[in-house]
Design a protein around this ligand. Sequence first.
Ligand code: ZN
Length: 142
Amino acid sequence: TRLVFDHDVIVIEDLAVKNMVRNRNLDKAISGSGWGTFRRMPEYKAAKHGRHLIVIGRWYPSSKTCSACGHLLAELSLSTRHWTCPGCRTLHGRDVNAAKNILAAGLAVSACGGDVRHSGSARVRSPGKQEPRPVKVGLPRL
Ligand SMILES: [Zn+2]
């Protein structure tokens, strides 16, 4: 609820939670943290309170794209939690870098209806009737 009240635009990645819990290495971490609920609740509450919820396709390479210069790594193993961009030498934490890329992709969709598809898709869900509101930009503190 706080995420929806504090932010006009929420961008999330369309993760395949059902497929991810089949992975023995991820099963406990994902099931225990309620990712399915975390996905459903902002959708419901954003629609109810007139916020934009943007879903970025699961195939968008958010983890392996440098959020500073756009360099795309050919590969990035799941166990690699930090990496240095060969293009600009920026040191990234995997999840924060991915969050920055997901936010940027979502704001591109929100601002101009742009398309950030790679092999996945992005779609915008918004209520039909709402007043224009200023957009707050940033990663939420959880
Ligand atoms: Zn870079």
